[in-house]
Every structure is written in C-alpha cells, then in structure tokens.
Design a protein around this ligand. Structure first.
Ligand code: SF4
Length: 242
C-alpha cells in the first residue's frame, strides 16, 4: 500500500452530507488542501488559497483513518473526500485502507484530473464549473474522469447555477451525459466562515435562485435533473466544519 502523504485541510464530523447524491446522509469529511482551479465564487478558499497553506498538514492514510475512527466512534460510515480538489492528492491508499475497515467513500471533484483509483469509490460526484465560475471546462478531461470511474462506481454530475448562462451549461452537461444523474444546485456567493455562521449569508438570494431553477427545469421539462439546495447552508449558514 502507498505510504504517500495526503495534504489535509480539515477532518470533521460526523455530520450530514449537505449536497447532491448523498444529501442528508451521515458522513465524516476529509477535506484536502489545494486546487488547480480558482472559481470566482469558491466557498472553500481555506482549502484553495495558498495563503492558508499553514492549515494544510501532510498526513498518512493510517493517521487519517485513525482520526476518522475516533470521530465515527469506530462505526463505519461514508467518508466524504472534498477540497479544494481532492483528485490532485494521492488518495488510492486511503480508500483501500478505509474500505478494508468497512468504510465507504464518496468524492467530489470538478473533473479536471482523472485518477485510476476513482474506480474504488462508492460515489463520484463530478462538478464541472459553469461560466459564472470564470473557469473553462476541459470536456476531454471530464470524459476521462467518467471513464476512470467505470461501471462499479456510482458517478453523478452536479452543476452550481447562478444565472441563465450557467443553466444553459447544465443543459449541455445533461445532453452529453444522459445516463448520469444530474444535480442542480443554486449558487451561494458567501465564503465559509471559520467560527460562526456568517450573518451576511444571502439566504433570500439562494431561495430566489432555487425557485427560479425549479421553474426553469419544469418549464423546460428537464425531468432527469434533481434540484437541491445546500442543506448545510440552510441549517448552519456558512459555518465551517459542520
Ligand atoms: Fe473552489 Fe471547487 Fe472551484 Fe476549487 S474547483 S476553486 S474548490 S469551487
């Protein structure tokens, strides 16, 4: 097994998964540090911006699993691998180790880098970034991610939507991958806050985008989409580490 260290920003939980395919399900998060993107509305800058590098610590897979087991009380559950972009970290050894102990693994990435260990995941969420992010999608790389995961891993798409251009982009994703479930999530402009829920969170704006998105999907008969808000934002605002 690889002993390569993984750059970890934070490990927390158990809490619930707040987004997408596993929404509402208990999980422990392992958030890695570093990202190859810099989205205009990134809400986890503490895992992206090198100014926070002092908060990123190299950990072995064994050390990570020890911490997860303390948090989970030794009872296996789903471990959510998040970031930053967790795909830039060597996570294959951690997934092997955790699976041997009965844990399940879900990972979310923008789909800019395919890894052979995607096939060991239970759930892979590919979250290509729409125009409002300011990033360009490399469709070839996204296709490589889908292929790397293979048939055993449950692969889903998730697109964050702020405006019409983002919605058009999501429709393009749906057309390219009709076989994959597509989750649409209204965007949240405010960054996560280290200690307390940010009182300036734009809840009214999120709900307005949610209603607008439901209207778009039903009017367009985009019946393959699932529209979901970020559950943790509704519960805790942008409080970090919950
Ligand atoms: Fe932030 Fe995700 Fe964009 Fe990276 S890909 S900058 S973590 S929103």
């Amino acid at each position: 097994m690889t002993l390569e260290t993984i750059r970890v920003n934070e490990i927390f939980g158990p809490t619930i998964q707040g987004e997408g395919a596993l929404i509402g399900q208990p999980t422990v998060f392992v958030r890695t540090g570093g990202c190859d993107y810099r989205c205009s509305w990134c809400d986890t800058l503490h895992a992206v911006d090198s100014a926070y590098r002092d908060e990123w610590h190299p950990m072995t897979p064994q050390a990570i699993m020890m911490q997860v087991e303390i948090l989970s009380g030794g009872k296996s559950l789903t471990i959510s691998l998040s970031g930053g972009n967790p795909a830039i970290q060597p996570l294959g050894g951690l997934i092997e180790l955790g699976r041997r102990e009965g844990y399940r693994f879900a990972l979310e990435t923008q789909g800019s880098l395919a890894r052979d260990w995607f096939k060991k995941l239970d759930v892979l969420t590919l979250s290509p970034k729409p125009p409002s992010s300011g990033m360009e999608t490399d469709w070839q790389k996204l296709a490589e991610c889908v292929e790397a995961a293979g048939p055993e891993t449950r692969t889903v798409m998730k697109v964050v939507i702020f405006d019409d251009a983002d919605y058009t982009y999501a429709r393009d994703v749906a057309a390219r991958y009709p076989e994959l479930r597509l989750y649409l999530q209204p965007g949240n402009h405010t960054p996560s806050h280290p200690q307390e829920a940010d009182s300036a969170i734009d809840m009214a704006g999120i709900m307005e985008r949610m209603r607008w998105l439901v209207e778009k999907v039903t009017t367009d008969k985009l019946y393959t989409a699932t529209v979901l808000p970020q559950l943790h934002t509704l519960i805790w605002g942008n409080l970090r580490g919950v």
